[in-house]
Design a protein around this ligand. Structure first.
Ligand code: FES
Length: 150
């Protein structure tokens, strides 16, 4: 993984340069370089992605980007691993989790999935397919690596 890639989510409560997971500023250079390289795609300004909010990564593919209450940013294939509901439309960010409102599966910033039973038991579920994301220069960037044919 290069210096510019995040593992799966970025924490950037200040909305400035991203921090521990994004490692954004050392390799990718300016946004102009990123745009030219085609490796990173700008999906929104930092302001457009508020706390406990989500946005579509791009209309051309399946991607969802969300920010948790603590300011952590994650990006993933927007197709829920349960029954492929589009999380851009069916997802809701609550606290530190992205919840698919179709059947209640919940996803942590790492993409790990689980569901809470009526008794409060945590049942492990399939994970989201994560996409590298970073926040820098007051913008959110994702890696365009999804297969848009499926
Ligand atoms: S489709 Fe997402 S929980 Fe069922």
């Amino acid at each position: 993984m290069s210096d510019s890639e995040s593992s799966s989510h970025a924490e950037s409560p200040s909305h400035a340069e991203s921090s521990s997971h994004a490692e954004s500023s050392s390799h990718a250079g300016s946004s102009t370089e990123a745009e030219r390289s085609g490796e990173w795609r700008r999906v929104a300004s930092s302001e457009e992605l508020g706390c406990e909010a989500l946005i579509a990564g791009d209309e051309r593919d399946y991607s969802v980007v969300w920010r948790t209450r603590s300011g952590s940013i994650s990006a993933a294939d927007s197709r829920c691993p349960h029954q492929l509901a589009n999380l851009v439309h069916c997802g809701r960010v609550l606290g530190e989790e992205l919840i698919c409102q179709e059947h209640g599966w919940r996803f942590r910033n790492s993409g790990e999935g689980h569901k809470l039973s009526a008794q409060g038991r945590v049942d492990g579920k399939a994970a989201l397919s994560m996409i590298a994301v970073r926040e820098s220069e007051d913008a959110i960037w994702i890696r365009a690596e999804l297969d848009t044919d499926s």
